[in-house]
Design a protein around this ligand. Sequence first.
Ligand code: NAD
Length: 238
Amino acid sequence: MTTMKILIHGASGRMGRALLRLATADPRFQVVAAVIGRSLPALDALSIPVFGPGQLGNTPNFDVAIDFSQPDGFDAILGHCLARNAALVSGTTGLSAEQQQRLTDAADKIPVLWAANFSIGVAVLQDLLVRASAALQGWDVDIVEAHHSGKKDAPSGTALALGQAVQRGGGKAPHYASLRAGDIVGEHTVQFTGIGERLELSHRAGNRDIFARGALEAAQRLAGRAAGSYQLAELIFR
Ligand code: NAD
């Protein structure tokens, strides 16, 4: 079996640590570089080469970069993938419209996949929302999301993606509410309110492994493809 060479960008973060743990235990992957924003002593034991954000140019070549960092680190990893002609899987949320456009432009040259949420449950929820919105025309729509207190962007990228699914189904523009508390991994409820009745659809993430596994599966399927912008559903769920 040929192992896929991956670079993990944001490796010292909550998602990065889950990715490192799962990728290093999976024989399909070889983590050739971990790009961190702060020190991560456990990496010494794993013998993975570690690079700071300013040292991207020094990394070995890789097939695909998996990026779960912050928006201010996104342009650098996108540029690095272009320079190395490697694929990019990114779950970093809070990207600006200009960054989304740069990602779209990069897809002319390399395979890219960005998703606000890499869990199977949220992919199914998006499908359900298109159907519910089409059936509940004119109902008020509210999206309430809760995350840990360290999350920077609000509403979450997932909440915005759920809102887009509602609008694809012809539903009203949603109102958003965000809670930031404790160590909540990620919870989203979409509430449709009519006259005298209410429908709620909820997803609760119990741990970060669900996102990390989705990102690794996406990386496995993305590397080696033609340049282009790929959707999670077309690579994994169909
Ligand atoms: P975190 O704050 O725990 O980790 C962020 C990591 O990025 C850290 O290692 C930090 O050092 C690094 N970083 C910060 N700025 C950087 C820069 N300029 N250059 C390089 N590295 C930099 O955050 P987290 O909880 O791991 O989440 C990371 C991102 O992933 C967030 O945008 C979050 O919303 C998103 N996320 C997406 C999904 C999904 O399924 N798409 C799931 C969970 C989290």
